[in-house]
Design a protein around this ligand. Structure first.
Ligand code: FES
Length: 105
């Protein structure tokens, strides 16, 4: 699976998330210490950007800013309604000070 370097750790401070454009898709990437997690940025319920929601690094979930569903950033699975379908998740990792995401070709 192709891997892309989306930036450095300085682009993604600990405990935060933001969206990156990867291969024509918006992917939300979240960081907790030396772990990074990547899921589709668009909510599975309606048009909302998950990276614009509140990220809880302790619970590893992000709250959709539109209707408040909580999504697990490890799996993309919603923990609460109204969303009930998962968003896609991608393998993400840190090497040195660079952040990588694997994405489907
Ligand atoms: S748009 Fe995300 S929960 Fe409705």
């Amino acid at each position: 699976m192709p891997t892309i370097n989306i930036g450095t750790l300085a682009d993604l401070p600990d405990g935060t998330g933001r969206a990156f454009e990867i291969n024509g898709r918006r992917i939300a990437v979240f960081r907790v210490a030396d772990e990074v997690y990547a899921i589709d940025d668009t909510c599975s319920h309606a048009e909302a950007s998950l990276s614009a929601g509140e990220f809880d690094p302790d619970e590893l979930c992000v709250e959709c800013p539109l209707h408040g569903s909580l999504f697990d950033v490890r799996t993309g699975v919603p923990r609460t309604f109204p969303a009930f379908e998962p968003v896609a998740s991608y393998r993400a990792f840190i090497e040195g000070d660079r952040v990588f995401v694997e994405y489907p070709a």
